[in-house]
Design a protein around this ligand. Sequence first.
Ligand code: NAP
Length: 518
Amino acid sequence: MAPWHCELTRAHPFDFNSFMTKTVSLHLKRADLIVSHNFIAGNWQASLEPDQPLMPVTDPSDASLITHVADSGAVDALAAVDAAQSAFSDWKSRPAKERATVIKRWNDLIVSHKEDLGKLISREQGKPLAEGEGEVLYAASYVEWFGEQATRSNGEIIPTPANNKRLMAIREPVGVVAVITPWNFPAAMIARKIAPALAAGCTVVAKPAEDTPLTALALAKLAQEAGLPPGVLNIVTTSRTRAAQVVDVWLADDRVRKISFTGSTPVGKHLAKESASTLKKISLELGGNAPFIVFEDADIDAAVEGLMVAKFRNGGQTCVCPNRVYVQTLVHDEFVQKLAVRVAALKVGPARELDSQIGPMINARAVEKIERHVQDAVAKGAKVVTGGHRIQRAESPQAAYFSPTVLTEATPDMVCACEETFGPVVPVTRFDTEAEVVGQANDTPFGLAAYFYSQNPARIWRVMEALECGIVGINEGALAAEAAPFGGVKESGYGREGSVYGLDDYQHIKYFCQGGLG
Ligand code: NAP
């Protein structure tokens, strides 16, 4: 039986899109995990803007209404900073072990609510249910990791240049952190920022994406239950049209000492520019344009498998998704033929159908972009091996589904080679030499992830070192792990999330010198 049921209701009384005539009940064990209010200073509250605006949250598989949340503005953004600033001195001065205990309790609650949170993610974001639950555990892994790292944030005693002095360096939290996250991983993106911030002793104001605010609010509810003191974490939801109003307040406020952003490169550049006036610390996890290279000495079956994992998770809406696939001439046809069989067999459908492997794209804009990329490629000579079109489902004509697609004869002048398609499309380009393909792989302003398959040890080291990116998958398609540093180079941003490096971005180093000892 489908895990959710839908009930027809009247259209919402507010002036929202006219097609929103259904509301959806999620059968959660904890119905109270669906929250509609902002979380500020430990209180769940409506927007403080005079007209208390709301925005709808919808299911991308059928555009049905899930609920409404606050469409916040500048007043809410400021209230969140006030709360975070008030909570900062107490939170930072708590022993690391005490902060760690709260964070680890939060992890336990996330894990024990993985089914509910997984349903919520799948419903508001569209990914298949198994992926929704998988994302919950992935998010929790960062919370657990940074709960542990909180107690290992050591300082240093520096060899003294004079016997009457001692030199030391310690780590301190930077202060209030503004966290801004995208819709594609509604739990993981926000958890892997909030957890290190809390572990470091920072307090947080966070704005989840317009399309997926509910998971962030549910996580905040569990953080509250874990014992996080009021004001340490504050969540403000807002629509795309008001996002800049909220974030501009945080950019201008000199009490906000850090911006941690995951999203597109243009917005990241804007944040970097605007935060300069108060010289905030800033971490940017931005867009990618990942190459995936298959050399003729690769295990072809493993390469096909790796590409399926790397490309089709989350319907291709992942920053580290291979966006350009290069296959050496000798193995090109075998690879394409095996890949096409696997891709054509993918089941496209809503998360509530438990065998779905590719859900709807997040919204109409997303599917229009994918269609534009495919049409551009075909107009410039690409061949469609499988897929290549929208999928219209009778029960949900508004839904944004796109068929899993393989294109061949892709060339560098195609839009899909230059921009992230962010959908289930694999453009394949044939190549002859290692030097040629490394040049093409690096011929992009982006540098997040890259993948290659080869069984030649010398080539593996050569190519790994030559690729201009922050993350390299060698004979492997699944790269992310809480213990690994995640982040890019070039216009894919700076800063690292996860790993032993992940706390650094939320801390500064204080050096102190004690004299008069001789
Ligand atoms: P986006 O448009 O940049 O949005 C990301 C966040 O920024 C959202 O919360 C968005 O709010 C907010 N935002 C948008 N315009 C803003 C503005 N003018 N001022 C302040 N905030 C603003 O990116 P997206 O389309 O949601 O996400 C997809 C992108 O994220 C892709 O490029 C993907 O590669 C990248 N990404 C990178 C990583 C990584 O780790 N490197 C991970 C995941 C995704 P609204 O939702 O209200 O617009």
